[in-house]
Design a protein around this ligand. Sequence first.
Ligand SMILES: [Zn+2]
Length: 202
Amino acid sequence: MDLKLLQQEAPNPLYASVQEYPYPLTYPLRDSTELRLAVPALATGIPEEELFLQGPFLCCQSPSTHIGPFRHAVDFLVPDGTVVHAADEGRVEVIKTDSERWGPTHEFANDLNYITIAHTMWRTHHHFGPPEYHHWTQYCHLARESEHEFGIKIGDRVRAGQPLARTGKTGWTDRDHLHFLAFMSDGGRGKFGVISLIPRFK
Ligand SMILES: [Zn+2]
């Protein structure tokens, strides 16, 4: 990701509309006592006003990168190795988990490991022929090839809550966390191709 381009693009009025992901999502993580005990240390150094709760999970804002097309991304503070689950049923569209590099600057952006899942609109539209995908969820900062443990491959149908992979610092990051994004296509109107959606969790 090009930070300068993102900062130039962020004020585009295209991103001013506030849209929600159309269905309630399953949390991409599982709450547990171990997790609750591990998380406070991960918040060290984050200004208190940038921390918030999303259900039982402690999250933080990233004011310099959660902007424009990515403004509704959520950073869940969880330790490396935490299992990541599909937030809705769908089809695994992208798996990019070949990296082990990470660092605190945007030069590391291309070292990101992530999985993208496409979700269909079959619940609201009748159509015949190949499924049409309109919404996606994306799970970022994954451990190298960690989807192998769960047998996840491109093209797989997954159900909500199905384990996908494990977190592990890769890409542009300075601490253990899961960067979660729900998005739709911007119809070719923006430079990044996407508009982030506000996730609503069950
Ligand atoms: Zn993030």
